[in-house]
Design a protein around this ligand. Structure first.
Ligand code: PA5
Length: 428
């Protein structure tokens, strides 16, 4: 049983239904460890918390301190697995209205002309550094955004000063970004060849932006290390991570087609975005898999709540609930009580949120929506590392239960080919 999080399945499935997974789970866990399954070249993330380059982490912490001392903004250019992880962690731990320290702007995750123009204008009067992240080094959104901010920076401060402000995270040896970085002399960090984008949050992809945002990256890695030990357990009865994976598979095989990730905290919304990519891109192949969706409650109870309660019964929920908020607010009393809220006088907002969670859980389960609940006492760097590793391991198990290679994404290439053809790129 983990000390960091608790998984409750009683509102989703009974333990007898999971017993058929016992042997398969054992086999797959062994396959993950011996790297003998489909996509085994990309299993580097599984033992990464014990094998990562600690010297590189020291360099990251040092460079992040330099950025914190010398710049107002860090622009992170990256898309998909090359930005969702750090964004999820930074927003979850630092909040949505945190204006202390270096501002982190995520750029290059869209072709939006409006957002692109607005960011470039905003940066004109800011002292900014850049972290460009791309494993392939050729992703179009990232490359265009990097060209634009690099150009702006060089015009503002000159090539030599710009060079000191650019940090590149990419493959150790190959790719256009690696060659460019070598030529220009940028500080580079490695995205290991055997770790795919959506499994890269524990590499420099996540660690550098997080460290610049003031997050304790060492504690984050320690959390991941504990999770890697706890989840590497082939006994289904005592492994909540694989119980969760097996429950997803059970849902899929019992007429559910959507897993809705739910949080009750606005600053955790990006965790669900990260989860949607992790599961969607890992499993959505061969016309199989659950569609990963997400909602932030209670906000979305006022938009999707009706459908969840009474609409087509296609989904189940996976709720991530953090018990202790970092900050809280007490509801004040009012002499006249015209709004009728005095019955809540002196109560914390977190108390109201908890009761909303309990009431909704009851309502949705009684409406026939299975609910998995993952509860954490608190969310800090350590438990965040634990949580993200937990989901990565669960995702690998779940994809292998579906007999899918979790680590490729052949379907993503098709839109790119069409787009390149339409744009007139050579060879398309
Ligand atoms: O998970 C993945 O592999 C993808 O989402 C990639 O991270 C994304 O396409 C960006 O690729 P790259 O890092 O090569 O620019």
């Amino acid at each position: 049983m983990s000390k960091v999080l608790k998984v409750s399945l009683d509102k989703a499935v009974d333990s007898a239904s999971l017993s058929e997974y016992k042997e398969k789970v054992k086999e797959i866990n062994e396959g993950i460890n011996s790297k003998s399954l489909k996509g085994n070249d990309f299993l580097g993330w599984a033992d990464y918390p014990t094998t990562y380059d600690t010297e590189e982490l020291k360099q990251i912490i040092k460079d992040a301190a330099y950025v914190r001392e010398n710049y107002e903004v860090l622009v992170v250019c990256g898309i998909g697995g090359s930005y969702l992880g750090p964004r999820a962690v930074i927003e979850a731990l630092n909040g949505l209205k945190n204006d202390s320290g270096v501002e982190i702007i995520f750029f290059g995750n869209t072709f939006s002309p409006n957002y692109t123009a607005q960011i470039l204008k905003y940066l004109e009067n800011k002292k900014f550094a850049i972290n460009v992240i791309s494993k392939s080094g050729t992703t179009t959104e990232t490359s265009i955004s990097f060209r634009l901010v690099k150009d702006l920076l060089e015009k503002k401060v000159g090539k030599e000063e710009a060079r000191k402000a650019i940090f590149a995270t990419t493959d150790k040896e190959k790719g256009a970004l690696k060659s460019l970085s070598n030529k220009e002399g940028y500080q580079t960090y490695v995205l290991p060849g055997d770790v795919g984008g959506r499994y890269s949050v524990f590499t420099a992809v996540g660690l550098f932006p997080m460290a610049v945002a003031g997050i304790d990256v060492e504690a984050f890695m320690e959390g991941a290390l504990l999770a890697s030990k706890d989840t590497n357990n082939d006994d289904l009865a005592s492994n909540p991570c694989y119980q969760y994976a097996a429950t997803r598979d059970y849902m899929y095989r019992h007429n559910k087609s959507v897993e809705m990730f739910v949080t009750y905290e606005s600053q955790y919304t990006q965790i669900c975005e990260w989860l949607k990519q992790l599961f969607g891109e890992s499993e959505g192949k061969e016309k199989k898999a659950l569609f990963p969706a997400s909602a932030t409650f209670t906000t979305d109870l006022h938009s999707l709540g009706q459908f969840i309660q009474d609409g087509t019964p296609l989904l189940f929920e996976t709720i991530i609930y953090v018990i202790e908020p970092k900050e809280d607010v007490i509801i004040p009393g009012d002499k006249e009580d015209l709004d009728g809220l005095n019955y809540l006088e002196g109560k914390n907002i977190s108390y109201v949120n908890r009761k909303a969670f309990e009431g909704t859980l009851e309502a949705h389960t009684s409406g026939g929506v299975p609910c998995i609940v993952i509860e954490l006492e608190k969310l800090d760097s350590y438990s965040m590392g634990y949580l993200l590793y937990f989901f990565m391991r669960a995702c690998a198990m779940s994809a292998y239960l579906l007999e899918i290679n979790p680590f490729d994404q052949p379907g993503v290439e098709i839109y790119k080919k069409n787009m390149f053809h339409l744009l007139g790129k050579k060879g398309y």
